[in-house]
Design a protein around this ligand. Structure first.
Ligand code: PMP
Length: 400
């Protein structure tokens, strides 16, 4: 029996037209954006007719909405196993969270060259030191250790799971390496949070970000969670209402007289995406309730079927960053001999109603390093995935 209730994912019976007729859409693109959970849909449907302004409204619905918004922070904190004094900031998405954090880091940042652009370009702007990853995880950890030993840095910013290969890095070891050299650890959990328990206090993670739309909630809301001191010590990410505690009548050119809030409000100027935050919280609550172990087992059994099937197809070449990595979340990228990634993706979609992603996955340096500057095909799984989706994919690939 499926471990995750399939009905839990909204729209998992959607049908599309393709060369084989009208078929159930086989969504194998969860890593780009996951469909909403039914409980998220229910939560938002209930909230829509009952919301009002947050924080400054005196009316009853404003108070209820404010309480729900602040409760949503607590759900996120629980989901990531935050420390009691961590701050949870609601953002637009992971990209927004990382750009925010980049304005708060009091020193150099070190990043690996395998990152999604969201965890590369904001740091490049701040003059980050980029470490070339090695052939093995072990040698990559040594390279990071050496870089941090050679010159002090404030932050090590690393992806929790690669958005291209799904490979997972040992987070507690990364935390030990960062802390040994007086740096903090930021984890881009955009691809990790939907699949695994990431308990930041237990793993020694200082900051973590993820996007609602990859965690079974709709677009437009993400989170940054972590140590309060850097967040409170930085200028507000956006200037405006909500972030400001007191603004004098005469505004000086350098704005030194404005007093800013501390806590999450400092970086949430403007009216927040309350429904987005409630959706993220509903998804977090549901994933906690099902339990990360059940989710992991469900996905790993599908992933084993996928990996074995791809391995049996001649001319299908899976991408791997590290030769010694034994763990990956439900993501697999590959090329097919004699076919461009786009042609493969079109064959799957137009011919079979299967949705995958092709291209360079916003990780151009990584694709070049792996020898695929023209891109690859990526298949990714989630809670609504079925073994039948994988079998359809393998049959369609065999035609090539
Ligand atoms: N980091 C990783 C590892 C990702 O996979 C993605 C999305 N593909 C992002 C960051 C950026 O997420 P978003 O587009 O939601 O900001």
């Amino acid at each position: 029996a499926p471990i995750a209730p399939l009905a839990a994912v909204a729209g998992s019976d959607a049908r599309v037209a393709c060369a084989s007729g009208r078929v159930r859409y086989a969504n194998l693109d969860y890593a780009a954006s996951a469909p909403a959970l039914q409980t998220v849909v229910d939560e938002i449907t209930a909230a829509l007719p009952r919301y009002a302004s947050v924080h400054r409204g005196a009316g009853q619905l404003s108070q209820e909405t404010t309480a729900a918004y602040e409760d949503a922070r607590r759900s996120v904190a629980r989901f990531v196993g935050a420390r009691d004094d961590d701050t949870v900031v609601f953002t637009r998405n992971t990209t927004d969270s990382i750009n925010l954090l980049a304005t708060c880091v009091p020193g150099d940042t070190v990043v690996l060259d395998v990152e999604h652009h969201a965890n590369l370009l904001p740091w490049k702007r701040t003059g980050a030191r980029i470490v070339e990853c090695a052939q093995t995880v072990a040698a990559t950890l040594t390279a990071l250790d050496r870089e941090l030993a050679a010159r002090p840095a404030a932050l090590l910013a690393i992806t929790g799971a690669s958005n291209v290969t799904g490979e997972v890095l040992p987070l507690p070891t990364l935390a030990t390496i960062a802390h040994r050299h007086g740096a903090r650890l930021f984890v881009d959990a955009a691809q990790l949070a939907p699949h695994r328990a990431v308990t930041i206090a237990d793993h020694g993670i200082d900051y973590l970000a993820f996007s609602g739309h990859k965690l079974y909630a709709p677009f437009g809301a993400g989170v940054l969670v972590g140590r309060t001191d850097w967040l409170d010590g930085a200028e507000p990410y956006l200037a405006g209402g909500g972030a400001s505690a007191d603004v004098p009548r005469e505004i000086a050119d350098d704005d030194v007289d404005t007093r800013w809030h501390h806590g999450p409000a400092r970086h949430e100027a403007g009216s927040p995406n309350v429904l987005g935050a409630l959706a993220v919280a509903a998804a977090c609550d549901a994933l906690i309730e099902w339990g990360p172990e059940r989710i992991r087992r469900h996905e790993q059994s599908l992933l084993a079927r996928l990996d074995a099937g791809l391995g049996r197809l001649p001319g299908v070449r899976p991408l791997r960053i590290w030769s010694d990595s034994h763990d990956h979340v439900g993501i697999a990228a590959f090329t097919v001999d004699g076919w461009t990634p786009r042609a493969v993706a079109e064959h799957l979609s137009d011919g079979h109603g299967i949705g995958v992603r092709d291209g360079r996955f916003c990780a151009h340096p990584l694709l070049s390093r792996l020898g695929h500057p023209d891109g690859a095909v990526r298949v990714s799984l989630g809670l609504g995935s079925r073994s039948e989706d994988i079998d359809r994919l393998l049959t369609a690939l065999a035609e090539l």
